[in-house]
Write a protein that binds this ligand. Structure first.
Ligand SMILES: Cc1cc2nc3c(=O)[nH]c(=O)nc-3n(C[C@H](O)[C@H](O)[C@H](O)COP(=O)(O)OP(=O)(O)OC[C@H]3O[C@@H](n4cnc5c(N)ncnc54)[C@H](O)[C@@H]3O)c2cc1C
Length: 508
C-alpha cells in the first residue's frame, strides 16, 4: 500500500474553495435581430445558428459546444466564422453595443474549458482566418492570421529550413492564435523559450471593437509598455488575437533522440544533471514518462521501444532529444553519454535505445506525444498540468493515487489509473487521473482542491501551460496572491468594462 509521504501532506486545507457558477445577468442572448445584423457583416456560410432563420443542423454546431475531452459543454446558439480582422472588429463593436458575450475559439484543443461558452455567449471561431501574411527566410520572422493551424505553419516554413518555436501533440488542430492566447508551452520550450520571448507582435481586436495593431517585426522595440504580453496567456479575456508575428528558429541540421529506462524515480534528477552536463547546448528535450503511462501507451499500440525484459523492473522512462548542427558530433556525444550511463559503478539507467533512423526517431517521439490521446481512450481524464519541483513529481502522483484508494474510489468502478508524464526540463508534470466510466461529482470532489493544495504546498503552479479557463478559475488563488488577482481584475476592467470578452474565464 502506498503511503502519503509526510512532506507532501497539504498544509492549505483552510483555504477557501468553491466552484462558483458565474452569473451573466448583464449579458443578452443572440436573437433573430442580431443574426440579421451579423448577416450584413458576414457571408451566409460564415454564420451557424440554431435560431429559425438559419436553422443550422444540430450536428454542425455541436463541435463548437464541446471541448476535446468531452468534459465541457456549451450552450451557444450561434457561431460566427469571420474571414478578416475588419469583420471581427465589426462583430465585436456590435456585441459591445448589444452586450452579447463572446467566446473566441481556435482549434478547440484547450484542456481547461476556456473556449467553450458557459451560458449563451456567441462563439467566434477564428478557423476561417488562415492565411500566412508573410515570411522572411533571412530573419525567420513569420506573420500569419491567428486561425492558421500550427502544423500548417510548420509545413509552410519547412522548405526555408525553419521550424516553429513551439510544438505540441495537438499541432494538427490547434491554431497559432489559440497557442498565443494560452501561452502554450509544449515540447520545444526547453530549447526555444516561451512565447513571451518569441512573439514579436500581435494584432488584436479589443472588446470595444478597436483594432490594436502591434504587428511588429522588430526584434528590439523598447518603447514603453509591452502590451502584447497581456494577450499572451490572456485566454481571450482581454481581446481577440487576429494576427501574429513570431520569430522562427533555423531548423537544426541534426536531430537525435534516446529513450532510457530507469529503475527508480529517484534517479531522474541526477540523470537530468548528467545529461545536461554532457550534452550541453545540443539538449533540446528531456521528457518523463512513468510506468503506468508507459504501459498504457503499449496497450494502445505505441512502441514497444524496449522488449518486455528490457523494460521490466523499470519504474519510469526518459526521452532525451538533441538538436544540433553536426550529426557526427552529436551522435558521438550521445554515444558517450549512453556508454557512461551504462558502465557507471551504480548505473542510473537499466537500459536505453538510441534512434538510428528518422523512423526510429519518430517512433520514440510518437510514444511520448501519443500519451494524451491514449488517456482519452482509457476513459474520461481529469487533467492537471502543474509545475512542481522535479524531486516531487512522483510524490504528487503517488499521493493522488493514495488519496483515491483511501476514499474507496480507486479501481475500475471509479478512478482506474493515476499517472504522470511531462516536460521534466521545464518542471511541468502532466498528472492524469482517469475515470473509467465518466466524470462524477464525487470524483472531482476527492481530487479538488486536494491537488491544488499539494501544489501550493510545494510552491508550484496550478497551471504550467494549459491555462486557467473555467476549470481552474476558482483555484487561481493557489498560485496567485490576492494582490496579483486584484490587479488582474483591474486590467480586465480597463480592457473590458462590459465583461463581454470570454466572461467567467480565468478571473475568479
Ligand atoms: C493531444 C493534445 C496535446 C496537447 N499538448 C499540449 C502541450 O504540450 N502544451 C500545451 O501548452 N498545451 C497542450 N495542449 C493544450 C492545447 O492544445 C493548447 O492549449 C493550445 O494552445 C490551444 O490552442 P487552440 O487553438 O486549440 O485553442 P482553443 O482550445 O480553441 O482555445 C483555448 C483558449 O484560447 C482562447 N483563444 C483561442 N483562440 C483565440 C484567439 N485567436 N484570440 C483570443 N483568444 C483565443 C479561447 O477562448 C480559450 O480560452 C494539448 C492538447 C491536446 C488535445
Amino acid at each position: 500500500m502506498l503511503r502519503l509521504h509526510n512532506s507532501i501532506r497539504p498544509a492549505f486545507r483552510s483555504r477557501r474553495w468553491a466552484h462558483n457558477i458565474p452569473s451573466f445577468s448583464h449579458l443578452n442572448t443572440v436573437n433573430e435581430e442580431d443574426l440579421a445584423h451579423f448577416s450584413s457583416i458576414l457571408a451566409p456560410t460564415s454564420i451557424l445558428s440554431t435560431l429559425p432563420s438559419i436553422s443550422t443542423p444540430a450536428d454542425d454546431i455541436a463541435p463548437y459546444n464541446v471541448d476535446w475531452m468531452g468534459k465541457y459543454h456549451g450552450q451557444a446558439n450561434s457561431v460566427l466564422r469571420p474571414r478578416t480582422t475588419q469583420q471581427v472588429s465589426e462583430i465585436v463593436k456590435y456585441c459591445a453595443q448589444r452586450k452579447i458575450g463572446i467566446v473566441p475559439q481556435g482549434g478547440n484543443t484547450g484542456l481547461v474549458g476556456g473556449g467553450i461558452s458557459l451560458q449563451k455567449e456567441i462563439v467566434l471561431s477564428l478557423g476561417a482566418m488562415n492565411n500566412v501574411r508573410s515570411f522572411d527566410p533571412v530573419s525567420g520572422i513569420l506573420v500569419a492570421d491567428a486561425g492558421c493551424i500550427l502544423q500548417s505553419l510548420s509545413e509552410h516554413i519547412a522548405p526555408h529550413n525553419h521550424i516553429m518555436p513551439l510544438d505540441l501533440g495537438a499541432k494538427g488542430s490547434c491554431q497559432i492564435g489559440g497557442n498565443i492566447s494560452t501561452n502554450a508551452g509544449g515540447l520545444r520550450l526547453l530549447r526555444y523559450g516561451s512565447l513571451h520571448g518569441t512573439v514579436l507582435g500581435l494584432e488584436v481586436v479589443l472588446p470595444d471593437g478597436t483594432i490594436l495593431d502591434q504587428l511588429s517585426t522588430l526584434r528590439k522595440d523598447n518603447t514603453g509598455y509591452d502590451l502584447k504580453q497581456l494577450f499572451i496567456g490572456g485566454e481571450g479575456t482581454l481581446g481577440i488575437v487576429t494576427g501574429v508575428s513570431i520569430l522562427t528558429p533555423p531548423a537544426p541540421q541534426a536531430t537525435n533522440n534516446i529513450f532510457l529506462a530507469l529503475p527508480h524515480f529517484d534517479n531522474v534528477l541526477p540523470l537530468f544533471q548528467i545529461v545536461k552536463r554532457q550534452l550541453g547546448e545540443i539538449m533540446s528535450a528531456f521528457e518523463y514518462i512513468d510506468r503506468t503511462a508507459y504501459d498504457m501507451g503499449l496497450q494502445h499500440g505505441l512502441g514497444p521501444l524496449l522488449s518486455a525484459d528490457e523494460a521490466g523492473g523499470s519504474q519510469c522512462f526518459v526521452l532525451v532529444e538533441t538538436s544540433g548542427g553536426n550529426q557526427d558530433h552529436d551522435l558521438e556525444k550521445l554515444n558517450n553519454l549512453l556508454e557512461s550511463l551504462l558502465t557507471a559503478d551504480e548505473p542510473l539507467i537499466n537500459t536505453g535505445v538510441l534512434s538510428q533512423s528518422p523512423t526510429q526517431f519518430n517512433s520514440i517521439w510518437a510514444l511520448r506525444e501519443g500519451l494524451t490521446e491514449c488517456v482519452q481512450k482509457e476513459g474520461k481524464p481529469y487533467k492537471y498540468d502543474v509545475s512542481v519541483p522535479l524531486a516531487d513529481f512522483q510524490k504528487v502522483v503517488d499521493a493522488v493515487r493514495e488519496r483515491m484508494i483511501s476514499k474507496g474510489l480507486y479501481g475500475d468502478h471509479a478512478i482506474s489509473k493515476v499517472m504522470g508524464y511531462g516536460h521534466v526540463g521545464d518542471g511541468n508534470l502532466h498528472l492524469n487521473v482517469i475515470a473509467k466510466h465518466g466524470y462524477r461529482p464525487e470524483l472531482e470532489a476527492a481530487l479538488e482542491p486536494f491537488i491544488y493544495e499539494i501544489v501550493a504546498d510545494r510552491k508550484g503552479s496550478v497551471s504550467a501551460e494549459h491555462g486557467i479557463g473555467s476549470m481552474k478559475r476558482d483555484a487561481l488563488h493557489y498560485s496567485k496572491s490576492d494582490v496579483s488577482i486584484d490587479w488582474m481584475r483591474k486590467i480586465k476592467q480597463v480592457f473590458d468594462p462590459l465583461n463581454i470578452m470570454n466572461p467567467g474565464k480565468v478571473i475568479p
